[in-house]
Design a protein around this ligand. Structure first.
Ligand code: SF4
Ligand code: SF4
Length: 380
């Protein structure tokens, strides 16, 4: 049985968060189950982009602080880090409030800029991976994810949090090499199976719904979850938001690879009752994912069924982040006639539907539009 702890926490008041994290770790056996005194442990929060904590894009600094406090008191020598989508780890850590907490607690920022190639023969998708040096230098990892919706993967949670262990621009290359979601999910599972975080913590006190993982709306879910099984943890979150776990590719891939289980009967829930959190009004796409292997002959079919990113020109501030982050060559979203005074435009025939543009738009100006044929097909 995999154990998942669910505890209510209604605000980021530090003493409340700390009490919840202490209780949750104790329900799993206490900090000594996860670390021994003197070990070098890396804390891996979600630092997607330089946004303030109120935007709910990144792990809240009070959750980071509470987890750090529990394991620092147990004798761990802590470091922390993540590889943001396009800014430096240090600048994102400062803007998100994590750096301030880390500095107060003398927790060093690990090297997430440079990576080393490692061999992982048991991998399903990637037998060679480039992992951030800061991860490899640690003896153990504790993952501290944020509960959010995600355009490409539906939900971003415990499993997907480790994508940030791939340094810098290499992450974008994965979208080009593995444009179909099944392969991409297998790669995310490979990263988790290689790194083997000892504990997965999820900050869902203020989650993100809708146009996540950067442009969605805060949702006061009042929840903190902990588990050693990221598949069970993510599946439990799905049950809370009334989403079938089997519709989330990382959960299916993780279950298949033996990273964990999504089966309800194989998950023991501890803490507060799951029913007291269920939120059917949480805005997430609940229909099945339709995947495709991009080949020229399938492009028409793909365009007919897979959602496409569309720019709301009224919201666009012409920052160019979508253009910069589009990983394909030639760019599938670009300036019109090189004119930066007009919003960029999508060229769907080049687009691999990785949704990096939607993921990183700072103004929530890119939405995913579901093609009409797909709406008809999914109508019950
Ligand atoms: S990232 Fe968003 S705001 Fe910036 S140019 Fe693209 S659509 Fe406009
Ligand atoms: S336009 Fe957006 S969804 Fe399409 S390939 Fe570029 S970043 Fe990915």
């Amino acid at each position: 049985m995999s154990k998942v702890v669910i505890l209510r926490c209604d605000s980021y008041d530090y003493e409340k968060v700390r009490a919840v994290v202490i209780k949750a770790v104790d329900l799993l056996g206490g900090p000594g189950i996860f670390i021994t005194s003197g070990e070098k442990i890396l804390l891996k929060p979600n630092l997607l982009s330089a946004d303030s904590p109120e935007k709910c894009v990144t792990t809240h600094p009070m959750v980071f602080r509470a987890v750090a406090d529990v394991f620092q008191r147990a004798g761990a020598i802590l470091s922390y880090g993540d590889s943001p989508a396009f800014q430096s780890p240090g600048s994102v850590a400062r803007k998100t409030g994590i750096a301030e907490v880390a500095n107060q607690m003398s927790i060093e920022l690990a090297d997430f800029v440079n990576g080393e190639e490692v061999s992982f023969p048991q991998a399903i998708q990637n037998k060679r991976l480039t992992i951030a040096k800061g991860v490899l230098e640690a003896e153990g990892v504790i993952s501290i994810a944020k509960l959010k919706t995600h355009g490409f993967a539906k939900m971003t949670g415990a499993i997907k949090n480790q994508f940030g262990c791939i340094p810098g621009t290499l992450k974008g290359e994965f979208h080009v090499k593995l444009p179909d979601i099944e392969s991409f999910a297998n790669m995310l599972v490979d990263i988790n199976r290689y790194i083997k975080p000892r504990l997965y913590v999820m900050d869902g006190i203020m989650a993100m719904e809708g146009n996540g993982p950067r442009g969605g709306r805060p949702f006061n879910m009042k929840i903190v979850l902990l588990s050693t099984d990221p598949v069970a943890l993510d599946a439990t979150v799905c049950r809370i938001v009334n989403l079938e776990p089997q519709y989330v590719p990382t959960i299916v891939a993780g279950h298949r690879a033996g990273l964990g289980t999504y089966l309800e009967d194989d998950i023991e829930l501890l803490g507060d009752p799951l029913e007291s959190f269920t939120s059917s009004d949480f805005n997430v796409k609940r229909e099945p994912l339709i995947s495709y292997k991009p080949r020229k002959t399938l492009n028409m079919l793909r365009n007919a069924i897979v959602p496409k990113p569309v720019i709301d020109t009224d919201k666009c501030i012409k920052c160019g982040i979508c253009v910069k982050m589009c990983p394909v060559i030639p760019k599938a979203v670009n300036w019109q006639d090189d004119n930066r005074d007009k919003p960029p435009r999508h060229m769907y025939k080049n687009c691999i539907r990785c949704f990096c543009c939607q993921e990183l738009c700072p103004e929530s100006a890119i939405d995913l539009k579901v093609p009409i044929i797909r709406k008809i097909l999914l109508r019950k």
